[in-house]
Write a protein of this length. Structure first.
Length: 566
């Protein structure tokens, strides 16, 4: 019986647009915004300069002291003020003195986010909570507007950690994950959608590709767009015990065409902090066999002390299919059975660090692993580079064997040691340490074999001749043109000593999935030239000759798919 696996991944795409800075004029409008009752300053309020026709000339947000400065055109006449949890205002700009117009504003807090508003005709079915839902929508839009304006007015230096996780079956348990770091000196957004609201309303949130499907997610711009609100129906979500002091604005597509994959979700608002919390959604319109696993996503917001609102975490739960072809022999007939199974994956990211020009800084509550690296005899493993494969996490142990991996995105990691001698083979030395990082610091111990111990262990695992007293050891790897290991390679190793006849060290060997072979034969003590002859299937053989040196010899054996002349 032979099993052939074929994987199709469903990926999410996020784009990062470039926002050009707006022009600056000589006139300024500045002041302070405060709560009309408590007199406390209001951070994160949006100020919009308008001319006599209502055209926007400039906009900004208040800082942690409620202060704002707007550089606007001389034709500015009015100032609009918006902040989630407060009634919007629009006032006339007072005359400027020496080019500066001073204005202090007070905002009235809304006692409830569900004050009904006038309902106009729409394509959605009439609901008893429609007025309250639309009022909540206006408040949500005010919060989303802060997010959009903040990135224009106060770009930050950001460090983002992007992850991809393979889940255990269709559960939420993480089987493995990779992480990459993305940083920029000044970035407009931490997360952005790939299309605008009009495209999503027209085409949905999934696009068919040649080898699978691409799923998309909305961002603040999409949810703020009038075209999104006109294409979706809104409702007030019921109370949620897991979300105290929060009220949810549910949304669902007004046009539920089955040929379009859409999203059904809710935007949650903290009524005490008067702030956006997150958006949760699931994909609908998929095959029922996939939809029952509830693929969807979550986008979380965080308000910083300087009034800036950013997306600090986002994730998409996606479902893929695995096609297994099982060749079964029934009598004299080979029967190929194709079995399709589902697996879940998750892609997303976290905002790790952000620093603004005004000196405000924010650092995410990520994890750390305080590792004590020791040798097999319990002595400290000094000067060893430790890290997690498939991630940017690296640290070198000090004189006591201590190394700290920082900024760990929650999830499982395998810790390995990196040795320069193995770089050409793209190999690492396993320590046997597997940890699951949380949002805290943990102290762990890793036993780090020396390079020669690692090679000797491989020889023992392959049941080849092993001698710990030889002057030279060999570790080789069969790799194709794409730098991937090649399994099923037949190989033979021959030693040509300096003064004696050739010695066959191993014949009839065959590589496994990692393409690695190890040779610890006692004859290597004679040194000389080692010849490795490797062949994959009916391809022409590869012959590599290497002059041995004392210690570990790492040899890369290129395997090419060249057909045999015969």
């Amino acid at each position: 019986m032979r099993r052939v696996g074929h994987w199709i991944y469903y990926l999410a795409i996020a784009c990062l647009p470039v926002v050009a800075p707006s022009g600056v004029s000589a006139q300024q409008v500045r002041g302070i915004v405060s709560d009309s009752t408590s007199r406390r300053p209001i951070p994160g309020a949006v100020l919009i300069l308008l001319d006599s026709t209502g055209t926007t000339l400039g906009r900004n947000i208040t800082n942690e002291r409620g202060e704002f400065v707007l550089a606007g055109a001389a034709r500015a006449r009015r100032l609009r003020l918006q902040r989630i949890g407060f009634r919007p205002r629009e006032v006339t700009i007072p005359p400027a003195v020496n080019g500066v117009a001073e204005i202090n504003l007070a905002m009235i807090a809304i006692p409830t986010f569900l004050e009904p508003v006038r309902v106009t005709a729409s394509q959605c079915a009439r609901r008893s909570d429609q007025g309250s839902a639309l009022a909540l929508l206006e408040q949500a839009r005010a919060g989303l507007l802060t997010t959009v304006v903040a990135r224009e007015a106060k770009p930050a230096a950001m460090v983002l950690f992007m992850f991809t996780r393979l889940l255990d079956g269709t559960t939420d348990k993480i089987d493995s994950q990779t992480v990459r770091v993305d940083s920029a000196y000044r970035r407009a957004v931490s997360f952005s959608a790939a299309h605008n609201a009009a495209e999503f309303v027209r085409r949905g949130f999934m696009q068919a590709e040649a080898n699978g499907f691409t799923f998309f997610a909305p961002d603040a711009d999409v949810l703020l767009d009038d075209r999104f609100s006109s294409g979706y129906c809104f409702r007030v979500m019921g109370p949620n015990r897991a979300r105290p002091n929060q009220v949810g604005l549910g949304f669902v597509a007004a046009d539920k065409r089955r040929e379009r994959v859409d999203i059904d979700g809710a935007l949650w608002i903290d009524t005490v902090a008067r702030a956006l919390r997150d958006i949760e959604f699931r994909y609908v319109g998929l095959d029922p066999g996939i939809e029952r696993f509830e693929p969807g996503g979550r986008i979380a917001f965080r308000e910083m002390s300087n009034g800036t609102v950013l997306v600090d975490r986002w994730s998409l739960r996606l479902i893929g299919t695995k096609n297994d072809t099982i060749n079964d022999i029934r009598g004299r007939t080979q029967v190929a059975n194709v079995q399709t199974s589902f697996f879940a994956s998750e892609s997303g990211g976290e905002l790790g660090h952000a620093v603004w020009r005004d000196g405000t800084a924010w650092h995410a509550p990520l994890g750390a692993a305080d590792i004590r690296a020791v040798r097999r005899d319990r002595s400290p493993a000094r000067g060893v580079e430790l890290g997690a494969p498939g991630t940017p996490y690296r640290a070198t142990s000090d004189s006591t064997g201590r190394a700290v991996l920082r900024d760990l995105v929650p999830g499982p990691y395998s810790v390995v040691a990196f040795d320069p001698a193995l770089d050409t083979l793209d190999l690492t030395i396993p320590t046997g340490l597997r940890l699951t990082s949380q949002r805290d610091s943990s102290a762990v111990m890793a036993r780090v074999p020396r390079l020669d111990e690692f090679v000797l262990d491989r020889c023992e695992a392959e049941r080849t001749t092993r001698s710990s007293s030889v002057k030279a050891l060999v570790i080789a790897r069969m790799m194709n043109g794409d730098d991937k290991p090649v399994d099923g390679v037949a190989w033979r190793a021959t030693l040509f000593p300096n003064a004696t006849d050739p010695i066959i060290l191993r014949e009839g060997g065959r590589t496994n999935s990692d393409g690695v072979i190890a040779i610890c034969h006692s004859a290597l003590a004679m040194m000389g030239v080692l010849e490795i002859r490797a062949r994959k299937g009916n391809a022409l053989p590869t012959i590599v000759r290497h002059t041995l040196k004392p210690g570990v010899n790492a040899i890369r054996v290129p395997i090419e798919a060249r057909p045999d002349r015969d």
